[in-house]
Design a protein around this ligand. Sequence first.
Ligand SMILES: [Zn+2]
Ligand SMILES: [Zn+2]
Length: 337
Amino acid sequence: MKVVFIAEPHSLEIKEAPTPAAGKGEALLRVRAAGICGSDMHIYHGTNPLAKYPRIIGHEFAGEIAALGEGVEGFSVGDKVAVDPVTSCGECYACSIGRRNVCERLEVFGVHRDGGFAEYVAIPVANLHKVPFSWSFEKGALVEPFTIAANVLSRTECAGSDKLLIMGAGPIGQVILQAARRLGTACAVSDIVGVRLEKARRLGAELTVNPKETSLEEAIGAWTGGKGVPLIVDAVGSPDLFPSLLRMASPAGRIGLLGFSKEPSPFVQLEAVRKELSIFGSRLNRNKFPEVISWFDDGLVDPELLVSHRFPFVKAKEAMEFVQEHPSEVCKVILEF
Ligand SMILES: [Zn+2]
Ligand SMILES: [Zn+2]
């Protein structure tokens, strides 16, 4: 079989590898569609501090079951499935309270262990979620990015009555926007790329702001009648934005963080204490696949709107270079297998 192989940073090749066999409790997945994520780009460029090399990348993928290992029940050859890339130990403190996405021994397909940019992958069936046969494989591959939204909105207890400021209108900002609009939440979106803001308006953003043209803090002040915004989700992750988030939050406000920067952010304790702000980190997803699959079925989100380009997987290198060179034009790029 062919795989997308990263031997070391900046070295990506399509390589022949032996087809794996499904072990005990595993299924052999014939991968049919996979999304390219910012973190795949970071592994390629050597800027993901968590990645190990060499690596078959890819953590947003779906396919059909080609074979079943020993002791597997509830799945059949031919089932269409989406893959939850989170694996956990089941024993540490985080696992013991149901927070398996921050397990001490967390391993993510495509980051810490080989992932889905391969024609076949052996996966524990605990990580597989059946999706309807009527779905495209691409739709199956889009479940994972929406689980990022499901996770941060559940961490921050987003409600329909909230006002939500989303920092960033790239793929993650857009899935958060769709997920929040599904609840009826009023949303403002900030981004420095005009076409992304247009897209955000089409997806139901009430206010869009380009901070290069307008003061975001003033726009949010006007939008909230000077009260501040009760909920902010930061899908940009730039450390120097953080003080502004603290200022824009309303008393008793919540801030969800998704960034992976190692740089410190200036933090004014008075701001957080005076307003009793709650600050939530959100990583990957905590068993959110069933929820997102039901969202896709109720039709209140439209995952395909996220897809901007498609490439055959043997052109993975060209696809990743395209993402690199066209940051404002590209949203989600799908590799087809
Ligand atoms: Zn991703
Ligand atoms: Zn654990």
